[in-house]
Write a new protein. Structure first.
Length: 139
């Protein structure tokens, strides 16, 4: 599609592509292009009007909020985006591995793996090698 538009926008290429096309066909092409342009202008105007309407509604809402004299904390409480995050419970570590400084590191299995553990896995070690055995022999 980009090549097509580029060809239409470059006069030399356009003349070359339309060489030998009859005047009646060129008029039909022009008529079609004018219709496409009218559609695009209508669409652009509708979008502009919609954006203008939304901005006006937002400004009215902002004015009403300012009239309420809410504190910043109250605004955040009532107008925060999305559902409040539930606190996640603590999880016991599932993996124990040696760190570069000789200490022992642990990982719950949540989120990204620690850099040292990832390096060990990249060397060909298995994650099961570092799994912490639970009481009773369960994993």
């Amino acid at each position: 599609m980009k090549t097509f538009v580029k060809n239409l926008l470059t006069l030399r290429i356009l003349k070359s592509n339309l060489k030998g096309v009859s005047l009646d066909d060129l008029r039909d092409i022009m008529k079609n292009l004018e219709e496409v342009m009218a559609d695009a202008e209508r669409y652009e105007e509708e979008n502009r009007q919609e954006i203008e309407r939304r901005n006006q509604e937002l400004q009215e809402l902002q004015d009403r909020l300012n009239d309420l004299n809410l504190s910043a904390d109250e605004k955040r409480k009532f107008f925060s985006v999305g559902a409040p995050r539930r606190p996640r419970g603590t999880v016991e570590p599932k993996f124990r591995f040696p760190k570069e400084n000789g200490e022992e590191g642990t990982w719950t299995g949540r989120g990204r793996a620690p850099r040292e553990l990832k390096a060990l896995l990249d060397q060909g070690h298995s994650l099961d090698e570092y799994r912490i055995q639970q009481e009773g022999g369960q994993q």
